[in-house]
Design a protein around this ligand. Structure first.
Ligand code: HEC
Length: 257
C-alpha cells in the first residue's frame, strides 16, 4: 500500500526539483536588466511628458515601420501632452483606409484624430514576409505583456552586443543580451542619432531607448495617473475615517470604566 504511491510521488518530487533547478539556471543565464529610474514608478508616479513625447517621435519615425499599435488613436496622444493642433497634424500626415468608392474599390484618405494608428502592413502574412518569417508584435500592450515591463523594452533596445565566443548567429537573426534565448529577428532598431529630437535633446541610443520605453509604458497604461491619484485619495480617506472612528469609539466608551 505504502510502496504503491511512494514511487510515483518520489518521481514527481524529483521532476519538480529538476524543473526548478533548470528554471533557476535559465534565470541566472539572463543578466539583470539595467536599473532605470522611471518617472511613473511608485504610488506617486507620473508620466514624464517630455520623455513620452520624444518617445512617440522615436516610435513614429522608427518602430511604426514594422510594428502596429492597434488600440491607440491619434487623439489618445493628448495623454502625453500633445495639443489638438499637433494631433490633427500628425493624423493628417498618415494615410488610412477610406470608404469604398462608387465602383466598390477600396480608397485611402488622410487620417483624423479619431482614427486608430495607421498599420505598417496590410495583414500578418505581409508582415511576416517582410521580416524573415517573424511577426513584429503589436505594441498596444507590449509593456504589460513582457516581464520586466519598460525596463525590458529599454534593455532590448540597448542589448544588441557581439555574441559570446562560440555562439553562431544564423542569417536573419541578431544577438540580443536581454531577449529570451538571445536570438531575435529584429535588427537593432536604434542607434545614436536615429532621430533628431524636436525639443533639441541629444539623441543618444540610451536616451532614445528610455524615451521610447516611456511612450510604450504610456500606451499600455494610459490611465495610470488617474489610477494612482485615486489610490492616494482612497488611502487618505481611509486614514481620516480611521481617526474619526477611533475618536467616536473613545467618546462612546468614555464613561465605561
Ligand atoms: C525592421 C522592422 C522592425 C523595426 C523597425 C522595429 N522592430 Fe521590433 N520587432 C521586429 C520583429 C520582426 C520582431 C519579432 C522578433 C522575434 O520574434 O524574433 C520584433 C519584436 C519586438 C519586440 C518584442 C520582443 C519580445 O520580447 O518578444 C519589441 C518590444 C520590439 N520589437 C520593440 C521595437 C521598438 C521599440 C522599435 C522602435 C524603436 C522596434 N521594435 C522597431 C521588427 C522591427
Amino acid at each position: 500500500m505504502l510502496r504503491s504511491w511512494l514511487k510515483p510521488a518520489a518521481l514527481a518530487l524529483g521532476c519538480l526539483l529538476m524543473a526548478g533547478g533548470a528554471a533557476r539556471a535559465q534565470e541566472e543565464a539572463m543578466p539583470k536588466l539595467p536599473d532605470v529610474k522611471w518617472s511613473f514608478a511608485g504610488p506617486f508616479g507620473t508620466f514624464d511628458r517630455a520623455s513620452a513625447q520624444r518617445g512617440f517621435q522615436v516610435w513614429n519615425e522608427v518602430c511604426s515601420a514594422c510594428h502596429s499599435m492597434k488600440l491607440m488613436s491619434y487623439r489618445n496622444l493628448a495623454g502625453i501632452g500633445l495639443s489638438p493642433e499637433q494631433i490633427k497634424a500628425i493624423a493628417a500626415s498618415k494615410t488610412v483606409p477610406g470608404e469604398p468608392n462608387d465602383q466598390g474599390e477600396p480608397t485611402t484618405r488622410p487620417g483624423q484624430p479619431s482614427d486608430t494608428f495607421a498599420l505598417p502592413y496590410p495583414n500578418d502574412k505581409a508582415a511576416r514576409a517582410a521580416n524573415n518569417g517573424a511577426l513584429p508584435p503589436d505594441h498596444s500592450l507590449i509593456v504589460n505583456a513582457r516581464e520586466g515591463g519598460a525596463s525590458y523594452i529599454d534593455g532590448l533596445m540597448v542589448g544588441y552586443v557581439d555574441p559570446p565566443k562560440g555562439v553562431k548567429v544564423p542569417d536573419g537573426l541578431y544577438y540580443n543580451k536581454w531577449f529570451p534565448g538571445h536570438l531575435i529577428h529584429m535588427p537593432a532598431p536604434l542607434s545614436d542619432g536615429s532621430v533628431t529630437y524636436a525639443d533639441g535633446t541629444k539623441a543618444t541610443l540610451q536616451q532614445e531607448a528610455k524615451d521610447v520605453a516611456t511612450f510604450l509604458y504610456f500606451a499600455s497604461n494610459p490611465h495610470m495617473e488617474e489610477r494612482k491619484h485615486m489610490g492616494v485619495r482612497i488611502v487618505g480617506f481611509l486614514a481620516l475615517m480611521c481617526g474619526v472612528t477611533y475618536g467616536v469609539k473613545r467618546r462612546i466608551w468614555a464613561d465605561v470604566h
